[in-house]
Design a protein around this ligand. Sequence first.
Ligand code: NAD
Ligand code: UD1
Length: 340
Amino acid sequence: MKHPILITGGTGFIGSHTVVAFAEAGQPVVILDNLCNSSPKVLDRLAKLNANPIEFVQADIRDAQALDALFARYSFAGVIHFAGLKAVGESVAQPLRYLENNVSGTLNLLQAMDRANVRRLVFSSSATVYGNPVRMPIPETAALSATNPYGRTKLMCEDALRELHAADPRWHIAILRYFNPVGAHESGLLGESPNGIPNNLMPYITQVALGQRACLQIFGNDYDTPDGTGVRDYLHVCDLAAGHLAALRALHEPQLLTVNLGTGRGVSVQDMVNTFARVNGVPIPQKVMPRRAGDVAVSLADPRQAKALLNWETQFDLERMCADAWRWQSMNPQGFDTPL
Ligand code: NAD
Ligand code: UD1
């Protein structure tokens, strides 16, 4: 059997879709997750999709003993590291919790990997490391900055990885900067299931479509964009999952790769709402509100490096993202608590 890959945060939104992509590629995986933001019922859904991990370990990336035990049990070919907290507003209220979980957790994982001589890592970074970008689309060489504690944790982890690679060139590291992942697995068995009121646009739209929320609030229609609403680079979560397989394959030699994962195409809030309503035949009541603090007008990836270095590009269009997101939400009104 091939050596397995460890997937931290593998029961989360992006992690669970990546587990499926790896299973389809015949790549065995072990999942480690502390379930602080995901459900164990994800494992039943993975089983339905024939994407059973070799093992699911409920543990925390900050627990060095648990990591050492896991690295002793398996000869991992590498680690895909999704585990982290990701809510921007919460990070402003609880910066120490975010630093502890995301930065200390990542350092702890890197130390365990080093002790076990496993030096191949794919790290989940974010377009948030570009702060307030000046040039569109954004190349990987753009200046980096943080506008909130969540973003700072991503920047700090990236800096740690760059320093680690400079000090010890045996490491194979891919830093993947995701733009805006949306959509769901086409089966309707996996998708995004945020706790409480969604912060992000797509889960909010699907909950309005379902009638769980009255109205979508559009945060600003006075931006310098074609229709005045914010423009983002949305990509299908299954394309993003495939990007991790491509990154792992590209890491055959020791190196440090830094790659944007996005489409390079801009979609405004208004485009997104209109497309969702048209493709799925559901009305989305909406009202315009003031801008949300901390938002930029436009965020778009320059995706050329991903094509050149990973031979990866997106396959799914906006219509498909909207159709899959709605299939997931309508089949699972209670998220993973909806009976199978
Ligand atoms: P998610 O919350 O659905 O998944 C993260 C998983 O990590 C969860 O299952 C959670 O239980 C687990 N986790 C958190 N802290 C842990 C810890 N200390 N030990 C073990 N497990 C822990 O989030 P997601 O959307 O799948 O995001 C995955 C990664 O991608 C995160 O690092 C996130 O910051 C990053 N990212 C996400 C987006 C996005 O829009 N979803 C964009 C850019 C970057
Ligand atoms: C947000 C985070 C970012 C994170 C990303 C992916 C903030 C300030 N930024 O980015 O750090 O990396 O999610 O998790 O939180 N919108 C509405 N109504 C809503 C929700 C969103 O109009 O109810 C608009 C926003 O103003 C924005 C667009 O929709 O123009 C996309 O918002 P969102 O999905 O939250 O993503 P980002 O703002 O890109």
